[in-house]
Design a protein around this ligand. Structure first.
Ligand code: ZN
Length: 419
């Protein structure tokens, strides 16, 4: 599948630094590898109800990580999927009396245009589930060889009891897992399963349901094996970062990692990174509640997409946060202040390195934004002073650096994706 349009990123001249990020599995800060090829897989959308602020917040966070990782000298091979066939999409299409493929294409295109507006760098590999049926098939066959698969009325399930790693990412009790599994696409109560937590790998053809011919029987892929198969194919058996919203920790990331490890015998990811949830009116933004703020609607109403991005980045990526229109207004004003400062002929001392140093510390965007605010305010005040005291060449004017506004603008563009 074609990704969206590329985004130009200015080169920066920064002192290299280690990047530490919080790994959900070890529950500790861990250093990311810096190498010519490091790998990141971020779970993509199921294309209906795109792109709400919860999605946008996740993809902007991982885009910022990509930018910082690249600035630290890494060549990041980034892959994202589109779950363009799955129960929620098919159910929505039926509800709307629409063709599921048309709905998927329309919503994927809308998502791409939102990503372009938010200046999110496209993944090197943007891969749909439908185009990955044979990859899923190969992985299920490997799992069968490794004796981790059984059948219930033609549907194929992964036997969680065979996994050495299941439960190591989300740190939930078994009772919690069973409860959440049923809320997030699992079927713990299905009769014939060996364990309530066994996840579907391959769903046998049903009436009115899309399906593909396969040695596994005519059917379609399960969700978790889709991501495992795509990540292994495009990024290798052990990836550096598996990312997504915190609601993907369980079951999705637990199951994908378990499937992958049972298939390859190797750890699936070195780091599992999760973004906080976005709420509206006190409730988590979700499709089921319908309390969604859509990026495309905001943009159509005249909101600058850069203000949306800046509002997202003003929250730490791991924190849950609430959407308030007032915060968006603050972001509009902040953006205007920054742009005025970038347009100055000179500015106070360049703080690019300080901004980078905040970001390599578990992507501390709020502190980076504070530093830019203070630089912009001081630069604008000093310009006024300069205009008032041009003849006297006072100290404030002499301290100004003619290269600082351009350098800061490049840094904010390259690292935060804001212009
Ligand atoms: Zn996924």
């Amino acid at each position: 599948m074609r990704a969206w349009a590329s985004v130009e990123v200015p080169d920066l001249n920064l002192v290299p630094a280690q990047i530490s990020v919080f790994d959900s599995a070890s529950q500790q800060l861990q250093n990311l590898r810096i190498a010519d090829e490091v790998t990141m897989y971020v779970c993509g959308i199921t294309p209906y109800d795109a792109t709400h602020m919860g999605h946008a917040s996740t993809y902007v966070a991982f885009d910022t990580l990509l930018r910082v990782w690249q600035a630290a000298g890494a060549g990041v091979n980034y892959t994202q999927n589109v779950t363009d066939v799955d129960d929620p999409l098919i159910e929505r299409a039926k509800l709307l009396s629409r063709n599921w493929q048309e709905l998927a294409i329309e919503q994927t295109e809308l998502f791409k245009s939102d990503m372009v507006a938010l200046r999110v760098i496209p993944p090197a590999n943007y891969i749909g589930a439908v185009e990955s049926i044979s990859l899923v098939e190969q992985q299920v066959l490997k799992l069968q060889e490794n004796n981790c698969v059984y059948e219930v009325s033609g549907d194929l399930y992964y036997e969680i009891g065979k996994s050495k790693v299941a439960g190591k990412i989300a740190h939930l009790s078994r009772d919690q897992m069973i409860e959440i599994f049923s809320q997030r696409g699992g079927d713990p109560a299905r009769v014939g399963k060996h364990d309530p937590l066994d996840a579907l790998l391959w769903k046998l053809e049903q009436p009115d349901d899309p399906s593909w011919a396969s040695v596994l029987g005519k059917g379609r892929p399960g969700w978790h094996i889709e991501c495992a198969a795509i990540a292994i194919e495009y990024l290798g058996e052990t990836i550096d970062v598996q990312g997504g919203g915190s609601d993907l920790k369980f079951p999705h990331h637990e199951m994908s990692a378990a499937h992958a490890q049972s298939s390859t015998g190797k750890p699936f990811a070195r780091n599992f990174l999760h973004t906080g949830m976005v709420s509206l009116d006190g409730e988590k933004m979700s499709k089921s509640l319908g309390n969604l703020v859509f990026v495309s609607k905001l943009i159509h109403s005249g909101v600058d997409p850069m203000a949306i991005r800046l509002n997202i980045l003003s929250h730490h990526y791991r924190a849950d946060w609430e959407w308030f229109d007032k915060d968006l207004q603050d972001a509009v004003e902040r953006l205007s202040l920054w742009r005025d400062a970038f347009a100055c002929e000179s500015g106070t001392a360049d703080q690019s390195q300080e901004i980078f140093n905040f970001l390599v510390n578990d992507l501390d965007t709020p502190s980076a934004i504070d530093a830019i605010d203070s630089w912009a305010s001081r630069t604008l005040i000093s310009q006024k002073d300069y205009a008032q005291h041009e003849d006297s060449q006072d100290n404030a004017a002499q301290a100004l650096d003619p290269d600082s506004p351009e350098s800061m603008q490049r840094t904010v563009d390259a690292l935060l994706g804001i212009v």
